[in-house]
Design a binder for this molecule. Structure first.
Ligand code: AMP
Ligand code: ZN
Length: 119
């Protein structure tokens, strides 16, 4: 028997399908944006491609337009949240960098002073 597909096992595939509840703030043909369940800033939104790709470089390689759409959606959410162009976008890639969900997601953080470098 083949392995179960990500649509059944992946948290963010299930969220995109509507099988896991989320506070969705923006959608496009290719992306869904929703509030992080454990926010690290007043605005902490995750933008995910509707299709499963494990990390940012897989998305960039396999579907570059979908990667561009994540950034455009993140900017639209930032605008709607009143961040006035002041925000941080983060892709954690690999467990050592803090990636815990292996369906790539762009973190949009803003609404407070953001220190650099991040921890
Ligand atoms: P990362 O550590 O970069 O893989 O980010 C995963 C993010 O997903 C974390 O910030 C979690 O708080 C967030 N998260 C996990 N489960 C959910 C969920 N069901 N709804 C919204 N955000 C979630
Ligand atoms: Zn997935």
């Amino acid at each position: 028997m083949s392995d179960p597909s990500p649509s059944e096992t992946c948290l963010f595939c299930r969220l995109v399908a509507g099988d896991v509840p989320a506070e969705v703030v923006h959608t496009s043909d290719g992306s869904v944006a929703f509030r992080d369940i454990n926010p690290q800033a007043p605005t902490h939104v995750l933008v995910v491609p509707r299709e499963h790709h494990a990390n940012a470089v897989e998305l960039a390689t396999q579907a570059p337009e979908a990667l561009a759409d994540l950034v455009r959606v993140a900017d639209a959410v930032a605008e709607a949240e009143g961040l006035a162009g002041d925000y941080r976008l983060v892709f954690n890639t690999g467990a050592g960098a803090g990636q815990t969900v292996f369906h790539t997601h762009l973190h949009l953080l803003g609404g407070r002073p953001l220190t650099w470098p991040p921890g």
